[in-house]
Design a protein around this ligand. Structure first.
Ligand SMILES: *[C@@H]1O[C@H](CO)[C@@H](O)[C@H](O)[C@H]1NC(C)=O
Ligand SMILES: *[C@@H]1O[C@H](CO)[C@@H](O)[C@H](O)[C@H]1NC(C)=O
Ligand SMILES: *[C@@H]1O[C@H](CO)[C@@H](O)[C@H](O)[C@H]1NC(C)=O
Ligand SMILES: *[C@@H]1O[C@H](CO)[C@@H](O)[C@H](O)[C@H]1NC(C)=O
Ligand SMILES: *[C@@H]1O[C@H](CO)[C@@H](O)[C@H](O)[C@H]1NC(C)=O
Length: 191
């Protein structure tokens, strides 16, 4: 228990206001009430750090190509290739470490001139009090850059009205399987 609490503190080293934590899935009336008292709610800042495992091959694949590209076309950067994924988010780089949730969405090669993806996904949390809450991420991922800054454009549950930044970097990349582990540092303000 002590270890778990400690991990959560590291993960969500947050500045918490004492505002009541609203339920994760509420009916529309409750959501409306929440909005009505929004002006009295304190803005919170939450920071966390996690690893995203994009597994393309083998039995445990969680990322699949859903749209092709014309291989005989000129782009050497697989322009047009689109993957949809339901990838694991974990606390540590090892995929067998504590799972914090799922990254569910799509990425696609969106540049004719460099290796760069657009990425759109929900970070779906399953851990502890964040269970059921989501963050919506929209970003550009020039995969060879050391740091890729992406937008957090919204959130639900614990993260209502979230806005923030996710900074991605490649933790590891297997050139044979093309599996990738991305490291994310996320900072969001929300209510
Ligand atoms: C697939 O996942 C199972 C259960 O986690 C694991 O035992 C197995 O080694 C994995 N297989 C591969 C090829 O990674
Ligand atoms: C793929 O691109 C080539 C070269 O631009 C073109 O000739 C060919 O018709 C395209 N094939 C398809 C299936 O679109
Ligand atoms: C991940 O953890 C498992 C079990 O905890 C271990 O067997 C495996 O070697 C680790 N993998 C890496 C790449 O560290
Ligand atoms: C998260 O919520 C789901 C659905 O409400 C529940 O089935 C699951 O046990 C919860 N997980 C944890 C770790 O509390
Ligand atoms: C990279 O992927 C290949 C093919 O799946 C696998 O055989 C190899 O062990 C992987 N390398 C590492 C370092 O995980």
């Amino acid at each position: 228990m002590g270890k778990l609490v400690c991990e959560i503190v590291i993960l969500f080293s947050m500045v918490m206001a004492t505002a009541t934590v609203h339920g994760i899935t509420e009916d529309p009336k409750a959501v409306e009430k929440w909005f009505e008292k929004l002006t009295h709610l304190k803005q919170k800042l939450t920071k966390f750090h996690l690893y995203h495992h994009d597994i393309l091959g083998g039995k445990n694949s969680t990322s699949i190509q859903v749209a092709g590209f014309n291989v005989s076309a000129k782009s050497p950067f697989l322009f047009g290739l689109i993957n949809m994924f339901d990838d694991k988010l974990t606390l540590r780089p090892n995929i067998t470490s504590k799972q914090l949730g799922w990254a569910q969405g799509m990425y696609g090669a969106s540049s004719l001139e460099e290796a760069s993806n657009f990425i759109t996904m929900n970070l779906v949390f399953t851990d502890e009090k964040y269970n059921g809450s989501t963050l919506a991420l929209l970003g550009r991922d020039p995969v060879f850059d050391q740091y890729r800054e992406m937008s957090i454009v919204g959130g639900t549950g614990f993260f209502r009205l979230a806005r923030g930044i996710a900074t991605a970097s490649t933790y590891s990349f297997n050139t044979t399987s093309t599996n990738a582990v991305l490291e994310f540092h996320v900072i969001v303000s929300h209510y």
